[in-house]
Design a protein around this ligand. Structure first.
Ligand code: ADP
Ligand code: MG
Length: 225
C-alpha cells in the first residue's frame, strides 16, 4: 500500500512562492495501476518526483509499504529507491556515453553480477520491443520512441514494487504504445504497482483509477463534473 497524506509543495522564485501541490492525498493498493492526468504545468512530474523521494514535499507524508520515505537519510533513500522504485522519466535521462545495454543495467551494476544483469536486460529489451542490433548503440543514435522504451527497460531492471512512469507513451506510435500497455498490464498482474502520468485517454482507460491534478488539487475522476 502506498499512502500520500496531505502533501504540499511550492517552489520559490525570487520573492514569490509558487504553490504547485496543495494538500494532495492519494492511497494506492499494491498491484493496481493509477493514472494521473492534468494540464501541462499542473505539477504531475513534481508529484512523481515527491513520490520517488527525489523531491521533498514542504508538508505531508509519503509512506510506501509502511516506510516513511521522507524520514530516510540520503544513503538509505537511494538504496530504497534503487531496489523498490522504477522511474521512467519524461525526458528519459539515459546516460549519453553508455550503450543501450549498459544504460539498462546501470542502476544495479554495483550490487549484482553483470552476467545476471545482462541476461535480464536482454529479456526486458525484447519485452519493450528493442531489437538486438540496437544494444550497442548510444542514446543519441536512437529515435525518441526507442529511447523511451530503453528507459522503460531500465526502470524495470530491479523488478521494482512500484513503477512511476512520466508520460511513457508520449513518443510512441500506436503499435508500440499498445505493446507498452500490454507490458504494464502484465507487470500489474505480477503484483507491481503502477503510477502513470499521461495525456492519452487510450492509455488511461486501462488503469484502475484515474485522477486529475488541477490547480494544485488531486481529484478522483469520478468526482469531476
Ligand atoms: P507537469 O509535469 O504537470 O507539466 P511540472 O511538475 O513539471 O508540471 O511543473 C509544475 C510547475 O512547477 C511548473 O510551473 C514548473 O515550472 C514548476 N517547477 C517544476 N520544477 C521546478 C523547480 N525545480 N523549481 C521551480 N519551479 C519548478
Ligand atoms: Mg511533466
Amino acid at each position: 500500500m502506498m499512502k500520500i497524506a496531505n502533501i504540499s509543495k511550492s517552489f520559490k522564485s525570487g520573492s514569490n512562492n509558487k504553490v504547485i501541490l496543495q494538500n494532495v492525498n492519494l492511497n494506492i493498493s499494491n498491484g493496481t495501476w493509477c493514472t494521473i492526468m492534468g494540464p501541462s504545468g499542473s505539477g504531475k512530474s513534481t508529484l512523481l518526483n515527491c513520490i520517488s523521494g527525489l523531491l521533498k514535499p514542504n508538508e505531508g507524508k509519503i509512506h510506501i509499504n509502511d516506510i516513511n520515505i521522507n524520514e530516510l537519510y540520503e544513503n538509505s533513500l537511494s538504496e530504497f529507491r534503487r531496489n523498490n522504485i522504477g522511474f521512467v522519466f519524461q525526458d528519459f535521462k539515459l546516460l549519453p556515453y553508455y550503450s543501450v545495454l549498459d544504460n539498462v543495467i546501470l542502476p544495479l551494476v554495483q550490487d549484482r553480477s553483470k552476467t545476471e544483469l545482462v541476461t535480464r536486460a536482454r529479456k526486458l529489451l525484447v519485452e519493450v520491443g528493442i531489437e538486438e542490433d540496437l544494444y550497442n548503440r548510444l542514446p543519441k543514435d536512437l529515435s525518441g520512441g526507442e529511447k523511451q522504451r530503453v528507459a522503460i527497460a531500465r526502470a524495470l531492471i530491479a523488478e521494482p514494487n512500484l513503477l512511476l512512469c512520466d508520460e511513457p507513451t508520449g513518443n510512441l506510435d500506436s503499435d508500440t504504445r499498445n505493446q507498452i500497455i500490454n507490458l504494464l498490464l502484465s507487470l500489474k498482474q505480477n503484483g507491481q504497482t503502477i503510477i502513470l502520468v499521461t495525456h492519452d485517454e487510450e492509455v488511461a482507460k486501462y488503469s484502475d483509477n484515474i485522477y486529475q491534478l488541477i490547480n494544485g488539487k488531486l481529484l478522483h475522476k469520478e468526482l469531476i463534473k
